[in-house]
Each structure stands twice: as structure tokens, then as C-alpha cells.
Write a protein that binds this ligand. Sequence first.
Ligand SMILES: Nc1ncnc2c1ncn2[C@@H]1O[C@H](COP(=O)(O)OP(=O)(O)O)[C@@H](O)[C@H]1O
Ligand SMILES: CC(C)(COP(=O)(O)O)[C@@H](O)C(=O)NCCC(=O)O
Ligand SMILES: [K+]
Length: 249
Amino acid sequence: MILELDCGNSFIKWRVIHAADATIVGGGIVDSDQALLAAVSALPSVRLKGCRIVSVRSEEETDALRGLLQAGFAVQAQVALPVQEMAGVRNGYDDYQRLGMDRWLAALGAYHLAKGACLVIDLGTAAKADFVAADGEHLGGYICPGMPLMRSQLRTHTRRIRYDDASAERAVSTLAPGRSTVEAVERGCVLMLQGFARTQIEQARALWGESFTVFLTGGDAPLVREAAPQARVVPDLVFVGLAMACPLD
Ligand SMILES: Nc1ncnc2c1ncn2[C@@H]1O[C@H](COP(=O)(O)OP(=O)(O)O)[C@@H](O)[C@H]1O
Ligand SMILES: CC(C)(COP(=O)(O)O)[C@@H](O)C(=O)NCCC(=O)O
Ligand SMILES: [K+]
């Protein structure tokens, strides 16, 4: 079994797969290293023979997690590292090492699945868009605050925007003009995300006409589903790229 980890700025997404056929044994989303160890340990009869990690956290944090995995499960975790080119995709950044590894792996995974021009929209702590042309050239992308950052900026920098998480979740059952603070903020931020997605799709259309595939991923992907009806929702897109970047035999 192989443990796969996608360490974002807010959450760690994890899954355990069978090495032979990549079938999924278990998986989830946790908010700390400790919670990860507990969740993986709770799987019945788990025998890890390898681990691969993508992380946008600091090297210190990633090393600390690798140490915990070594101690807890006796596995040497392989961490995906930046490269200029892989699987037919060429990194489009001036300095390829600066491109977020989650973005790079999602782009690799998307190009592999689309076998042609593609746009990746990844809605996590930050909202990201990346463009890969039909010949595999990564054209670059965009980074904006995602839902958690938009929300927390409003809460932090205003005096009278205060509400709890439970009411936030209830507020987005529709996107009609809000009649309370929580509705106004949560629905407003969802509309910002949807506008981001629509603008990226317009941009892809200007570049490639109708010949491209849109991928939607990240924890907040469901919030823009209706704004991007043509998108393929692939929650584990980063894991597709991670398996390509860190093959374990
Ligand atoms: N089970 C879940 N636990 C936590 N957040 C979730 C869950 N499902 C969806 N989300 C949403 O996912 C967002 C985080 O997305 P994610 O892609 O994990 O971010 P990051 O990679 O930056 O840590 C949160 O804003 C939250 O709204
Ligand atoms: C843009 C990001 C902060 C997104 O992080 P996430 O929302 O996945 O937690 C991450 O991809 C990152 O740290 N990138 C480095 C900067 C760049 O890609 O230009
Ligand atoms: K991420």
C-alpha cells in the first residue's frame, strides 16, 4: 500500500492505495499532522510500503511530517520536487522552481487526462488557474484569494462582520442577495469565485476556441460547479500528477 499526501496551506488531503492496481483503500482530509497519523493508523490492516508527498508548506514543516511518518509507519516518504519538464509538459514560469508544486502536479495530471489543451481551476486556500497548451507548454496562470482567505480578510479587517462556521455553510444554499451579514458575505465571496472561474474559461476560449478541457479541483470546487458546467470535476487531480512525478514500484 502507498500513502499519498497533498499538503495544502489549510488541509492535508490523504489517501492510501494498493500499489498493484491503484485501487483506493481509504482517504480523507485532516487539519494537522497528528490527525493524519491517527486517521491512517485507524485503517484496518494497513501495511505501507511507500509514501509520496506534495507540499506547498515550508521545508521544515514537510521534513517534520516525513519524520513522523518514518517513526509511525517505517516508510521513507518521497517528496515531489520542481522540474522544468515532465510527461510532455514544460513549466512556464521564468523560474520553474517558484511554481507551486500543487499547481504543477495538477497541470501534469490534467494534460495527461486531456491529452490536449487544458485549463485547471483549483479552489483551495488560494484560487488558482493554470493553462497548458495542446503541445504541452504551460503558459502560466493566476493566483487569487480563495474562499477561506476572502472570508477571513473581511472578518479580520472590519468591526462588524462576525459569524460562525455553521451559519456560513447554511448561507450558501442559494445565491440570492443576502439579507443578513453572513448571507451577504458568503454569497458575495462565492460569486467572486464563480467570476474567477468564468473569466478563466473566457480566456481559454480566446486562446483555443472550443478545443480545450476544463478541470475543476480543490476543496471549494463544488461552489463553482454551476458556473462552469463544462468542467470535469476531478477532486484527486493533484494525486494524478503526484503518481506521475513520484513513481514507486
Ligand atoms: N471535508 C472538508 N474539510 C475541510 N474543508 C473542506 C472539506 N470539504 C470541502 N472543504 C472546503 O475546502 C476548502 C479548502 O480546500 P483545499 O483544496 O483543501 O485547500 P488547501 O489545499 O489550500 O489546504 C475549505 O475552504 C473548505 O470550504
Ligand atoms: C498559490 C499557492 C499558495 C496555493 O496554495 P493552496 O491554495 O493550494 O494551499 C501555492 O501553490 C504556492 O505556494 N505557490 C507558490 C507561488 C506560485 O505558484 O507562484
Ligand atoms: K492545494
